[in-house]
Design a protein around this ligand. Structure first.
Ligand SMILES: Cc1cc2nc3c(=O)[nH]c(=O)nc-3n(C[C@H](O)[C@H](O)[C@H](O)COP(=O)(O)OP(=O)(O)OC[C@H]3O[C@@H](n4cnc5c(N)ncnc54)[C@H](O)[C@@H]3O)c2cc1C
Length: 528
């Protein structure tokens, strides 16, 4: 093992959760090191390394002077979306802390769309009773947030805030049951370790468990695998939200452009290849029904017509390119739009979008392993339950990032025993394409015991591979996380929220979750 260093807080990940924690902690006087698998932040990069950058719709937040809204209303909308598994005890503080967190984000340089009076413009998405979603640049909210946080980190860089880019964390280091450090690799310096009383995982999602996803290339579930290998509990991993409208391109894999729900909010209509409405008769809210309902209606329409996609008819959307510049740029990159024209019919399919579950966390972001915190999409605070309410995830990353910095400040003085790390040089890792195809076929919108068992067998037989490259580490993380997702999906013998079992189509009367841990290489169920 090469270089060794120390910090008060090590943050793993440079999206909304990680950078918010890093900025707050360094402002409070902690020595913070951010380890970022992605490259240094540059606005112009064609492919960006965080989901945060790609967020379109906005951030759900209760503005104190909005007479139509209240904390109670936002909490009840969130509970309704979560299909019985959202934790009220986690939800209320996150929703309540939203406004101060947004105020701080604006102080850090983020600008949101405002009306002529200078008030935030608010939009509405599926599941929200009122307009409470603030946005930036039309549909470029995430790019604005990432820019503001990235710039703030650059401005604050110094002894108290160091960002190491292209640094892939390979292991969490434990001593006497406590996480005390992280091992990472960079192309220049090779292997290194860093010790700190608090390690924050803010590694984002797991979209690349599937052949096509709205997530950026680095969303390979690294944090779930790191936490499992460190002994932490995970839960609700079976709830993977598929967005109903991801751009369809014949044969394309990997990250694909999302077509925001707001397009349907502004008059876009889902039609099948014969021009018939996809959601007619499916749900009273039609095209703006909850995401899992619309995604399954899209899949049913594809089965009915035998076509590989359905279409979003945007002929009724006024000034499409101006209202949706990010979507339009994605259409142009795919050759479906020009500088002056956009298509009336956009081909779309459901796509893996958001991991509702994750590493089990207390309302303060603490995991079941002392020293290890989580924030953002990698965590399972209980806010999302079985189905995330639109635009609640940026809110969660922002609020929980701030909370993590407060916990790290309390833990600052704790002594850290350096521990010898024996890094395994090889791990079970399935071929990525084969894993993604299996997950897409059997662990997507419809699941069954037969399909899940077949996937479990294939994952269990994954060959052990030398961990030479970052791609090897990612494949191993995907393999371990897929095993945990399949175990959770197999154990849930009901259909609820994002999880639908063709062999158990009903929803159980009682909503319960169990957690899973890794014991001697096996994924084992434990009490939540
Ligand atoms: C297309 C799209 C649109 C969305 N729209 C919205 C929206 O409108 N509103 C909303 O609330 N949510 C939206 N979401 C979801 C939301 O963007 C994400 O849930 C949120 O940004 C996650 O933030 P994060 O900080 O947890 O992770 P990310 O922003 O994904 O950042 C993860 C970071 O971890 C790093 N990392 C990963 N593995 C390692 C490792 N091994 N070592 C070191 N670093 C590592 C990555 O490089 C990256 O820097 C959208 C998501 C997508 C993909």
């Amino acid at each position: 093992m090469g270089a060794q260093s120390r910090a008060d807080l090590v943050v793993i990940g440079a999206g909304i959760a990680g950078l918010t924690a890093a900025l707050s902690a360094s402002a409070a006087g902690l020595r913070v090191v951010v380890l970022n698998k992605g490259p240094a932040w540059v606005a112009e990069r064609a492919e960006q390394p965080t989901s945060t950058f790609y967020a379109q719709g906005g951030i759900a937040v209760v503005e104190p002077d909005n007479p139509d809204d209240s904390i109670n209303l936002h909490v009840s909308d969130t509970l309704a979306a979560g299909a019985g598994l959202t934790h009220a005890a986690a939800t209320r503080p996150i929703v309540t802390d939203g406004w101060p967190a947004i105020t701080e984000l604006v102080e850090r340089g983020a600008t949101f769309d405002r009306n002529a009076d200078g008030r935030f413009l608010r939009t509405r998405e599926g599941g929200h009773s009122v307009r409470r979603i603030i946005h930036a640049g039309g549909d470029a909210t995430g790019a604005q947030v990432q820019r503001a946080l990235g710039q703030a980190v650059t401005n604050s860089a110094g002894p108290n805030l160091v960002c190491i880019d292209d640094a892939a964390v390979t292991d969490l280091i434990k001593h006497d049951g406590v996480v005390v450090g992280a091992a990472y690799r960079t192309p220049d310096a090779g292997e290194a370790v860093i010790y700190a009383p608090t390690i924050l995982l803010a590694t984002g999602g797991a979209g690349h468990l599937y052949a096509a996803t709205t997530n950026p290339g680095g969303a390979t579930a690294d944090g779930i695998a790191l936490a499992l290998r460190a002994g932490a509990k995970v839960a609700d991993l079976e709830f993977i939200q598929f967005h109903p409208t991801m751009l369809y391109l014949d044969g394309a894999r990997g990250r694909r452009t999302l077509i925001s729900e707001a397009v349907r909010g502004e008059g876009g209509r889902l039609v099948d290849a014969d021009g018939k409405s996809v959601t007619a008769g499916v749900h009273p809210m039609g095209d703006l029904a909850p995401r899992d309902v619309v995604a399954r209606a899209v899949e049913a329409a594809m089965d009915r017509t035998g076509q590989p996609c359905v279409y979003l008819d945007v002929s009724g959307v006024d000034d499409f390119a101006r209202r949706f510049p990010t979507v339009t740029a994605g259409l142009r990159a795919a050759g479906l739009a020009t500088e002056t024209t956009t298509p009336d019919l956009i081909p779309v399919v459901p796509g893996a979008h958001y991991l509702c579950g994750g590493v089990v966390a207390t309302p303060a972001g603490e995991t079941s392993v002392p020293g290890l915190l989580v924030a953002g999409e990698v965590s399972r605070t209980g806010l999302h339950g079985a189905n995330r309410l639109a635009s609640n995830s940026l809110l969660e990353g922002l609020v929980m990032g701030r909370k993590a910095s407060a916990v790290a400040a309390e833990r600052r003085g704790l002594s850290v025993e350096e521990a010898l790390l024996s890094v395994p040089t090889s791990r079970p890792a399935m071929d990525r394409k084969a894993l993604q195809d299996l997950m897409s076929d059997e662990v997507a919108l419809q699941r069954s015991a037969t399909g899940l068992d077949a996937v479990a067998r294939r994952l269990g037989a994954a060959p052990t591979r030398a961990m030479k490259s970052v791609a090897d580490l990612e494949d191993a993380a995907l393999t371990l996380t897929a095993r945990a997702v399949v175990a959770a999906a197999r154990a849930r013998e009901e259909s609820r929220g994002c999880h639908a079992r063709v062999d158990f189509p009903d929803t159980a009367t009682e909503a319960t979750s169990r957690a899973f841990v890794l014991v001697n290489g096996d994924i084992v169920a434990v009490a939540d």
